[in-house]
Design a protein around this ligand. Structure first.
Ligand code: DGJ
Length: 705
């Protein structure tokens, strides 16, 4: 019987901390050396079971082996040879912390284990939080310089949020997400080597190339069964997670913000708090793990959990930089006809921004494009019944801009090094208080003056030559830039309660639990080709829910891949997320516009399932993949099935729907047929896909008995 609540407790006599979630238990024992050691993470275990677990013991009578019990945060002292999550240097050159356990604090769902160094003025708290309705455990670290002025700074070479440990199983398989621009979130699933495996971004952004999520299983888990340990870091700058599988089978991973070499100087009285590194143990395979993450994100991370994500229209693929008032108005009229609820003016509306060479930083409407400013367009969009959205890229600047000419010192740069330009732009140093204040002022004015309901916050370059001239601790910008971005977003949302923000970084270059705590959805990828999108969305869905996954229907042939696909297929793929429209509607035929309007209307019918329901990833024979969304009460179902390529002209086959109730009957809302749950679960539903490539189908079922 699963628990309905989560608890934290600490037994002083045993030095045992226990976190209980509805379906899992996590336990830590404070070692005799004062260091908190990992004891257990897995299915719910009662007190007797926990008592029976072996404590820290030496694995072999050998002077070459370390203590067997993994740390909760390895402090770089003693016979520890794995990756150290905490790496500090004191003024006399001594490295590492040696702990004295000073106590705990447990309140609500939060537990803190308090440590002080035995010799130096350093205190640490290892922090844990559980939520009543979730198996996710949130962890982070706080370290404080407890000395007085004159005791000298402490250099922090690394301060991870947490180290996680999975039980010693004979094999492990690592799942993670890798990719690049236009190819984000490609799921990788390989045997975990006996080695240190580093997943990282050194770019100052979460990155397109790796995402700070991973999952471990024993190599046999599938979508529907198996134990899975997974973690996700809530951070949107550089990060690093090191997975260590040692030859005796110990499997740990330590992770946090910053990549290797990024340091922090901790002054007397100062505290460094890391972002949350969240962990989840699930049974029921990768599907159950994803659903538990989705629920956690919807309930505890994303803002406005109950609010539907709107069907948006975005002008980027239609107009690029060739943007003006009449052109946008024409698109807005067509978008409204199709049923869009939000019209977003993308790049090119401001300053001298007629190409990507100029204008970034000058956030005022370009008079030649918008002679009376943007307000008349915003008013017209509102009159058409849509919200008004605007693209911004506040962290960036072109050299050819008034902002750069006025404040060349505001950019991230090292004066003795080249200032590498990426997309002809430099990055503003948001860690500088005056830059943060400027950004907040500028965006606040923009939102107010132009009645903006939605900001698409883009970031089209990463950090290079990370200098901060004149600052004694320039590395801070790697952390403080991201924190300032968070603060600006948080302040804007607080001051404009109706405002929504879309995260974007040249597509999906900054999608993580940190940015999603202050944005409503993320632009998944600049690649809008529906065939490529199936794989991108599959990877995205491992951690992130469909409501956070912005997906547009664009023109055919696709602008980046040149592939031609039917409108219906493009829609069916995009309907698996937060549907948007991004094509040049002025070139769509009347028939296409009518078909699109009908599909938008259909999406709105299934939106409660897609955006609030449970998601099941499916695959069938003949190259068919699908996602199934079920309402919380199991009554309503929508299945989107796609077959990008036809194989040998084989007839379409049935797709089994294992999440349905075999004891129930279901009404197919389109054909009116009554179907047996048992047949749908065991034999499947006949997809009746048309012949040819890029065939797709939306199936809607309602429980009838
Ligand atoms: C990158 C984004 O991903 C695109 O959607 C678009 O907004 C461009 N930037 C505009 O420069």
């Amino acid at each position: 019987m699963p628990r309905t609540s989560s608890t934290v407790s600490f037994d002083r006599t045993l030095g045992l901390a226990v976190l209980r979630t509805p379906h899992s238990t996590y336990a830590v024992r404070v070692g005799t050396d004062g260091s908190p050691r990992h004891l257990y993470w897995g299915p719910a275990l009662d007190a007797d079971g926990l008592r029976a677990l072996p404590g820290a013991a030496s694995p072999a009578a050998s002077s070459f082996e370390a203590d067997a019990a993994p740390d909760e945060l390895a402090p770089q002292t003693g016979a520890r040879f794995g990756p150290a999550g905490l790496q500090v240097r004191f003024a006399d050159g001594t490295r590492g912390a040696q702990w004295h356990f000073t106590g705990h604090h447990a309140e609500g769902g939060e537990l803190r284990l308090r440590l002080t160094d035995r010799h130096y003025p350093l205190a640490a708290e290892l922090c844990y939080r559980v939520r009543p309705d979730s198996d996710v455990i949130e962890r982070w670290t706080e370290i404080t310089h407890t000395g007085t002025e004159g005791s000298g700074p402490i250099s922090v070479d690394r301060c991870d949020s947490a180290q996680w440990t999975a039980p010693a199983l004979p094999e492990y398989r690592l799942s993670h997400l890798a990719g690049g621009w236009n190819s984000e979130f490609q799921l990788q699933r390989d045997r975990l080597p006996v080695a240190e495996t580093v997943l990282t971004s050194r770019r100052g952004l979460t990155s397109h190339h790796a995402n700070p999520w991973l999952a471990l299983d024993d190599g046999t888990a599938g979508e529907g069964d198996g134990q899975v340990w997974s973690t996700a870091l809530a951070w949107s700058g550089s990060w690093r997670v090191t997975v260590h599988r040692d030859p005796v089978g110990r499997t740990t991973w330590t992770g946090g913000f910053g990549h290797e070499g990024v340091g922090w100087t901790l002054g007397p009285g100062e505290t460094l708090r890391t972002p949350v590194f969240a962990g989840l143990y699930t049974e029921g395979g990768f599907g159950a793990a994803s659903r538990a993450w989705h629920t956690y994100l919807r309930t505890h991370v994303l803002p406005a959990p109950d609010r539907d994500r709107p069907v948006l229209y975005n002008s980027w693929e239609a107009t690029g930089f060739g943007i003006d008032h009449p052109g946008q108005l024409r698109l807005a009229g067509l978008a409204a006809r199709l049923g869009a609820e939000l019209f977003v003016v993308d790049d090119g509306w401001f300053g001298a921004r007629t190409s990507d060479r100029a204008g970034l930083g000058d956030w005022t409407p370009r008079p030649s494009a918008f002679p009376d400013g943007l307000r008349p367009l915003a008013d017209e969009v509102h009159r058409l019944g849509m919200d008004f959205g605007l693209w911004v890229e506040p962290e960036m600047v072109n050299r050819d801009s008034d902002l750069y000419r006025a404040h060349p010192d505001w950019v991230v740069h090292a004066p003795t090094r080249d200032a590498t330009e990426l997309r002809n732009q430099l990055m503003l140093n948001f860690a500088r208080p005056e830059v943060e204040a400027w950004a907040l002022r500028t965006l606040d004015r923009l939102v107010r003056d132009h009645a903006v309901d939605w900001l698409k916050w883009d970031a089209n370059r990463v950090v290079t030559e990370a200098g901060w001239p004149g600052h004694p601790d320039p590395d801070r910008l790697w952390i403080d830039h991201t924190r300032a971005v968070y603060r600006v977003m948080d302040r804007l949302r607080a001051d404009h309660p109706g405002l929504r923000i879309e995260a974007c970084a040249g597509g999906g270059g900054r999608v993580d639990l940190g940015i999603l705590a202050r944005t409503d959805q993320a632009w998944t990828s600049d690649n809008t080709d529906p065939v490529d999108r199936i794989g991108i969305q599959h990877g995205f869905s491992q951690l992130f829910p469909a409501r956070a996954m912005a997906a547009w229907v664009t023109d055919s042939p696709n602008v980046t891949t040149g592939r031609t696909t039917p409108l219906r297929f493009r829609f069916h793929v995009a309907m698996a997320g937060a549907l948007g429209l991004g094509g040049d509607l002025t070139r769509w035929s009347e028939e296409e516009l009518d078909e699109a309007a009908a599909l938008v209307a259909r999406y709105k019918e299934i939106r409660p399932l897609v955006q609030h329901g449970r998601q099941y990833r499916l695959s069938g024979p003949g190259g068919v993949t699908a996602v199934h969304y079920a309402s919380g009460d199991g009554a309503d179902h929508a299945v989107l099935a796609w077959r990008p390529t036809t194989r040998f002209g084989h007839p379409p086959t049935a797709l089994t729907l294992p999440a349905l109730d075999p004891a129930a009957r279901y009404l197919d809302l389109d054909s009116g047929r009554s179907l047996s749950g048992a047949a749908l679960v065991r034999h499947g539903i006949d997809l009746a896909l048309p012949s040819g490539d890029c065939a797709s189908r939306l199936i809607r079922l309602r429980r009838s008995a």
